[in-house]
Design a binder for this molecule. Structure first.
Ligand SMILES: Cc1ncc(C[n+]2csc(CCOP(=O)(O)OP(=O)(O)O)c2C)c(N)n1
Ligand SMILES: [Mg+2]
Length: 271
């Protein structure tokens, strides 16, 4: 692996600071579900995926799709840190003319794999890419991240059924299981537990991990890669708003930006 756990932790800290600053500057956006996904995405971009920012359309690159597209700030920060997009424009998030729109848009960032934001479609997209790899005889793998509220969408389960039937073993679904959706706790709106059992019963090799434990995340991606004959689902237990005390497990910060005073406080905690 290319980076030490300490290096990855340092990157994760910088990404969290970016998320707070970007949403603070925009005065809108989705900090909570961006902060919960940091380790899962950092590990992919800086350790696990075969990618090349100098050659973003390299046909054999691994693919990542952020199906929960509202968490764009985490993806933008990671892509900028990895060298795909300019870092000095991150604070133009959600501004007219910015490449960093509120949801990832491939028209403005060609190194994205897909435009997302309308929830529910990512697993289907990933399975299409997985089948394409097989047809073309290519070795690339496709990772798709979805939210636990998003998973209430029927299309996710149509994809789940399709993926195991067609043995699309080059696709990994990563569920950011933070327990909160748009305006409350998942268990109070439409419970999705037992989530790992659901994926298993749909025929996916399924792992349950702590999504903030970089070593566990790394191990899970390796196990997924070694799994043949079925796709893998990683049910990652996370904390919405992770890293900022007043955002942690607080439904308010799904879609509310920190005030200038809250940005200052958050950055003090993220030193
Ligand atoms: C098809 C669709 N319906 C509704 C929305 C509005 N919406 C944006 S985020 C969200 C909640 C998502 O919750 P979850 O998947 O748990 O995301 P996370 O907790 O990771 O932020 C909803 C309903 C949308 N973007 N797309
Ligand atoms: Mg959620």
């Amino acid at each position: 692996m290319s980076k030490s756990l300490q290096e990855l932790e340092d990157i994760a800290k910088r990404v969290r600071r970016d998320i707070v600053q970007m949403t603070g500057a925009a005065k809108s956006g989705h900090p909570g579900g961006s902060l919960s996904a940091v380790e899962l995405i950092v590990e992919l971009y800086f350790d696990y995926m075969h990618i090349d920012p100098q050659n973003p359309k390299w046909p054999d690159r691994d693919r990542f799709i952020l199906s929960k597209g509202h968490a764009a700030p985490v993806l933008y920060s990671v892509m900028a840190e990895a060298g795909f997009t300019p870092k000095d424009q991150l604070n133009t998030l959600r501004k007219l003319g910015s490449i960093y729109q509120g949801h990832p848009d491939i028209r403005f960032i060609p190194s994205l794999e897909a435009s997302t934001g309308s929830l529910g479609g990512g697993v289907s997209l990933a399975l299409g890419m997985g089948l394409a790899a097989r047809l073309d005889g290519r070795q690339f793998r496709t990772y798709v991240m979805l939210g636990d509220g998003e998973i209430q969408e029927g299309q996710v389960w149509e994809g789940a059924m399709f993926g195991s039937y067609h043995k699309v073993d080059n696709v990994v679904a990563i569920v950011d299981y933070n327990g909160i959706q748009l305006d409350g706790f998942v268990k109070d709106i439409m419970e999705v537990a037992p989530l790992a059992d659901k994926w298993r019963s749909f025929g996916w090799h399924t792992l349950e991990i702590d999504g903030h434990d970089l070593a566990a995340v790394r191990k899970a991606y390796a196990e997924a890669e070694a799994t043949k004959g079925k796709p893998t689902a990683i049910v990652a237990h996370t904390i919405k708003g992770k890293g900022v005390s007043f955002m942690e497990n607080n439904p308010k910060f799904h879609g509310v930006a920190p005030t200038p005073a809250e940005v200052e406080l958050a950055l003090k905690e993220l030193q």
